[in-house]
Design a binder for this molecule. Structure first.
Ligand SMILES: NC(=O)c1ccc[n+]([C@@H]2O[C@H](COP(=O)([O-])OP(=O)(O)OC[C@H]3O[C@@H](n4cnc5c(N)ncnc54)[C@H](O)[C@@H]3O)[C@@H](O)[C@H]2O)c1
Length: 324
């Protein structure tokens, strides 16, 4: 009886306060917002995996800024729906969908050939597409799916479009990675996961590869006017968890604490357009989460490059892989 009374009393006192605080708590998880007002008229942008999630919201934002935006999508029907929606909303008729399957190097080569024939410039390449927690499978060319799509597919695409980026300089390459790379390492003894396969680790390995690729490419592109940066978008409500019903359920249960795709796109947008990043290259960004409108913390993006230890596994998780 006393407990019930106390519970009711606490509810009456703190209930309204919680209700008032909800938008502020939500805002805390939303993270940083790209404040750049940069216009992209006359610029050509290519975004992979742009029919859903972070890629679609990035495309929407860059289309609003006036860019010609090419949505490179595996599923052409869904891609066309996304392109139509963005054209209608932004009034930008230069939003175009093209077929690209990163799990098939023939598709990547065909895409690049068409792109180079049709587009004379490329100013921003956003390597965004990705798969996570994929049951063991190989791409058309026999690569483990996470490594094949998340890393090797983008590696080949970038390589094929590199000269066009250099000709269009200043140009930017933005690689959407993940902080999951902190739990991964490149497993050279079993790169394809044939001896041991764990979906989570395969995803982490592909994201480590994204970061290494970014750093080495930045080094090789010094002086060309083409920059390349990697990023972690935050934890975002999206279809990324589609291959695991358990993680999908958890994602739904905790969706209040996750960024919306629009919030999750902010770091990609920032890396693509922010004026202060014009000559910044080889860096790794993530959205700052300490972001409280009540206390007025500045919303910003952190550069993590110097703090990110590459290839350092969480202790114990990769010992079975036999790598010292
Ligand atoms: N959602 C998160 O919490 C989160 C966290 C860290 C990093 N990321 C990264 O953000 C990126 C975007 O993910 P998202 O959350 O928007 O997920 P999403 O599933 O909504 O989007 C991924 C996109 O990639 C496309 N794709 C998958 N396989 C492809 C293939 N073979 N060829 C071409 N396109 C393909 C999908 O069709 C989809 O459009 C991914 O690289 C992901 O690893 C997401």
């Amino acid at each position: 009886m006393i407990l019930l009374f106390l519970g009711t009393l606490l509810g009456i006192i703190f209930g309204p306060a919680l209700f008032i605080l909800v938008p502020y708590i939500r805002n805390y998880f939303a993270g940083a917002v790209c404040k750049s007002k940069a216009k992209l008229n006359g610029k050509v942008v290519l975004i992979t995996g742009a029919n859903t999630g972070i890629g679609k919201e990035t495309a929407r934002d860059l289309a609003k800024r006036g860019a010609r935006v090419i949505l490179a999508c595996r599923d052409t029907a869904k891609g066309e729906v996304a392109a139509c929606e963005i054209r209608a909303e932004t009034g930008n008729q230069q939003v175009i969908m093209k077929k690209l399957d990163l799990a098939d190097t023939k598709s990547i080569r065909q895409f690049a050939e068409n792109f180079l024939a049709e587009e004379k410039e490329l100013h921003i390449l956003i390597n965004n597409a990705g798969v996570m927690l994929y049951p063991y499978a190989k791409t058309a060319d026999g690569f483990e799916m996470h490594l094949g799509v998340n890393h090797l597919g983008h590696f080949l695409l970038t390589f094929l479009l590199l000269e066009r980026l250099k000709q269009s300089a200043p140009a930017r390459i933005v690689n959407v990675s993940s902080l999951a790379h902190l739990m991964g390492r490149i497993c050279f003894h079993d790169l394809q996961g044939e001896k041991f396969y764990q979906r989570g680790l395969a995803y982490c390995q592909s994201k480590v590869a994204n970061v290494h690729f970014t750093q080495e490419l930045a080094r090789r592109l010094q002086g060309t006017g083409v920059t390349v940066n990697a990023l972690h978008p935050g934890t975002v409500q999206s279809e990324l968890t589609r291959y695991s019903s358990v993680v999908s359920l958890l994602w739904k249960m905790f969706s209040f604490f996750l960024k919306t795709p629009q919030e999750g796109a902010q770091t990609s947008i920032y890396c693509a357009v922010a004026e202060e990043l014009e000559s910044v290259t080889g860096q790794y960004f993530r959205p700052e989460s300490l972001n409280c409108p009540v206390l007025g913390f500045e919303k910003a993006f952190e550069q993590l490059h110097s703090e990110v230890p590459l290839c350092s596994p969480v202790s114990g998780t990769t010992s079975h892989l036999g790598i010292g």
